[in-house]
Design a protein around this ligand. Structure first.
Ligand code: PMP
Length: 771
């Protein structure tokens, strides 16, 4: 397979005659270099120039035809790519056959591309990037091209033929043979088996400076498709890089620019980036090896070959030198992957000191020993110590951390467009339509903001404007946000400092700790009756009742499972005095409660406002108020409302992806099934652990209340904190909640599966045993 394929030696006169009779081509002839073929440039009288190519007699016609078909394929996909165009013969074929001295030669005519070969010219960063971009376009242009000839071809230049070269290392300079052996053997052992798992197609395979043309400052051509193979995409880039780097040049920059340019068209996969350097190194060795083997067959006589050992070994030394890790980091960064350079080793105290210095000392951290999290996938989080944790606390990654469908939707939209609602944009309209379709028909207007706090704040402003009143109702120990207005609705922010003269607090429907106990008759009415006093007090004040703001999951009140009919009755009472109802669905929305998409549906109420946040974008910041047309119209007639980021295209794409995943993965059902199962498992622990006073909640919002005495219900506050820490040691993340901080809060992404629920229950069991 390393035979010399000397170019044919057909006399000029015979060629000219053939060109005229078979292609109607006549003009001025000029001989061109060729490793295997006999090539000429022919300039016609009208100035058009062509390459007249006489193929080597050993080369099969099907390989040539594959090249010509490939060029035609590229022209169909990407007409602007500067590759030669095919001139058909007078008989309408791509190839004509010339017989000379008993041998048949394939003859073809291609358009001649202007410019000169780049050769040893140094390219600017901008041109290198352009070349990388072109290389990727070339790959894209060949995508979908099917041809049996390159597919079945065993070309010595293909990395997959490297095992055969091991027997021929003696042709290399003596000093380099050992190193070449190590590099090639390593490659065959570790890289070659993985190569077949990468993206493959027919590739050019040989984009080097002598196959690339420049005309002035333009890259004007990529030529010579003679080494086309069916290989991996990344080989194309690796070969180009290996051929463009030079001893003594700033090769990290050359590689960076070529890769960046390539990725601007075809982003690389991480496995491809990982194989780039070994592919480059072996290509560096293949060049002198194969050319030397050819030279032994006589090809060197044609002056086409130079000594490539002189560049291969210094370059190999550089790539394998002390800066190798830094170089790998550069290649990864060029392909938009984070550097794998080990981060400077930092102890937790050092990290903490840095955090305090920039974020302040009072920003809360969970756990006695803080968790340093580095990545997430589904219901799992990975910490910097390499340990995996089952995340049963975070409700923002609602459909699972880094859900690939959501991630892709965000990335795709970010690549396409991200702007604001002052322009007509499809995504904001579509997302708003889809949200309103999940609700009562009356809730038909959407105002996009960026967080739950903002949504509640805006809903509150609208409620005040619509009712011309200024008083609000909230649950005792509620949480609704961080803005000035929502802080007033959030006594849980700082109970001791809470003061809001325009807000009245309603006792929560807590049938465990409250005055009326689970199982008693008329619970809904009796708890709703506790709202009478604050409602009438506010109604009779100068404020009047503008709205009640209630979280359907009663999360901060301890994940209460409010008696059926309770919320309906409270809302009726509020409406009776002219107030509106703001259903804060930041916690309870998007199927968490397992029975319906929204908590208010679960309670059988139609609100005046629905506010959403946290889970809406699975981690991408989204907030929205959904309300009635008359309320929005009333408000915006006086005060135009617009949020710069609210309703941006990327957020809306994320939001729609979340809705898709909830539907496609049947997650509302999953929240109900897994939630019920997990509560059952936790309840079963009550016989073993007297500390567990109550297990409650709805869907995947689960509260486990810990008490020192099941009769007095003395809150086991300190124990609850310790249990949360011990559960973390068991590899499961949960939180604590409630006025007394004695409730274990289990609120996982709603993709939690029953078998994972078993891990949670046994972690709680073991933690209670170790307490
Ligand atoms: N309402 C409720 C019920 C919440 O739980 C939260 C956040 N925990 C908010 C509003 C505020 O949302 P954000 O943090 O996005 O402002």
């Amino acid at each position: 397979m390393f035979d010399s394929l000397q170019p044919p030696q057909v006399p000029d006169a015979e060629l000219k005659k053939f060109a005229l009779s078979h292609f109607g081509l006549r003009g001025t002839w000029h001989r061109l270099e060729g490793e295997r073929d006999q090539n000429f440039r022919v300039t016609e009288a009208d100035g058009k120039t062509w390459v007249f190519k006489v193929g080597n007699a050993h080369e099969q016609a099907d390989i040539f035809d594959a090249q010509l078909r490939a060029l035609q394929h590229i022209a169909r996909v990407d007409l602007g790519l500067p590759v030669p165009r095919v001139r058909h013969s007078l008989a309408g074929t791509r190839i004509a056959t010339l017989t000379h001295a008993g041998s048949s030669h394939s003859v073809m005519v291609l358009s001649y591309l202007t410019g000169t070969i780049i050769g040893d010219k140094v390219l600017s960063a901008e041109k290198l990037r352009e070349l990388g971009n072109m290389l990727a376009r070339l790959g894209r242009g060949l995508r979908g091209f099917v041809d049996g000839a390159p597919a079945s071809r065993q070309l010595a230049w293909d990395h997959r033929q490297l095992p055969h070269l091991l027997d021929h290392l003696h042709v290399l300079p003596l000093g380099g043979q050992v190193q070449a052996k190590t590099v090639i053997e390593d490659f065959c052992r570790t890289i070659l088996p993985k190569l077949e798992t990468l993206r493959s197609q027919i590739i050019h395979g040989d984009v080097h400076p002598f196959n690339t043309l420049m005309d002035g400052n333009e890259i004007s051509g990529i030529i010579d498709f003679g080494d086309m193979i069916h290989g991996t995409l990344i080989q194309d880039l690796a070969n180009a890089i290996a051929d463009y780097i030079q001893p003594g040049a700033d090769n990290a920059s050359i590689m960076f620019e070529l890769i960046r340019g390539y990725c601007s068209v075809t982003p690389l996969e991480e496995d491809e980036v990982e194989m780039l350097l070994p592919l480059i190194e072996t290509r560096l060795l293949m060049t002198p090896l194969l050319l030397q083997l050819r030279a032994q067959g006589g090809a060197a006589e044609h002056g086409y070959l130079t000594d490539f050992s002189e560049r291969a070994f210094p370059l190999l030394k550089e790539l394998q030198g002390p800066n190798r890790q830094k170089l790998i980091a550069t290649l990864r960064r060029a392909a938009a992957f984070p550097s794998t350079l080990p981060p400077p080793k930092q102890s937790m105290p050092e990290l903490l000191a840095r955090r305090h210095a920039v974020l302040g000392e009072r920003l809360q951290l969970f756990y006695d020993t803080p968790l340093h999290i580095v990545s997430g996938e589904g219901v799992w989080l990975r910490a910097s110590d390499g340990r995996r944790y089952l995340d049963c606390y975070n409700n923002v990654p609602h459909v699972g951390h880094s859900h690939p469908y959501v991630v892709e939707a965000i990335a795709r939209q970010m690549r396409k467009l991200n702007t604001n609602t002052r322009y007509m944009t499809d995504e904001s309209i579509l997302f708003a339509e889809r949200l309103t379709k999940t609700m009562d028909k009356s809730l038909n207007r959407v105002v996009f903001v960026n967080s739950g706090s903002e949504a509640n704040d805006v809903a509150w402003r609208m409620a005040k404007a619509y009712t011309s009143r200024s008083g609000g109702l909230a649950m005792e120990f509620a949480y609704h946000g961080i803005t000035d207005a929502t802080d007033a609705f959030s006594p849980s922010n700082a109970l001791a400092h809470w003061s809001a003269p325009h807000i009245r607090l309603v006792p929560p429907p807590d049938d465990y700790r409250g005055p009326f106990k689970r199982g008693e008759a008329g619970l809904a009415e009796r708890y709703a009756g506790l709202a009478d006093q604050p409602i009438s007090d506010l109604a009779n004040s100068s404020h009047g009742v503008a709205a009640a703001m209630i979280d359907s999951a009663f999360m901060t009140n301890g994940m209460l499972d409010a008696p059926a009919g309770y919320l309906q009755t409270v809302v009726e009472k509020v409406r009776k005095v002219g107030g509106l109802f703001i259903a804060d669905e930041v916690q309870s929305g998007f199927g968490r409660m397992g029975t319906a998409m929204w908590g208010h549906r679960h309670h059988g109420v139609v609100p005046d406002f629905v506010t959403i946040g946290k889970p809406a974008g699975n981690g991408h910041p989204i907030g929205a108020v959904i309300t009635r047309a008359e309320i929005l119209d009333h408000f915006s007639a006086a005060v135009p409302i617009f949020s710069t980021f609210g309703g941006n295209n990327v957020s809306c794409a994320a939001g729609m992806a979340v809705l898709d995943v909830i539907r496609d993965e049947n997650l509302i059902n999953n929240a109900r099934i897994t939630g019920t199962y997990l509560r059952d498992l936790l309840r079963a622990l009550m016989t073993k652990h007297s500390l567990i006073g109550d297990v409650r909640g709805v869907g995947l919002a689960i509260g486990v209340e810990l008490v020192r005495d099941r009769r007095t219900l003395e809150p086991a506050t300190a124990e609850t904190q310790r249990v949360a820490n011990l559960v973390r040691d068991e590899g499961v993340l949960i939180g604590t909640e409630g006025l007394h901080g004695n409730i274990l809060k289990i609120r996982p992404p709603i993709v939690l599966k029953p078998e994972q629920a078993e891990l949670v229950a046994s972690a709680v069991d073991r933690a209670l045993q170790r307490l």
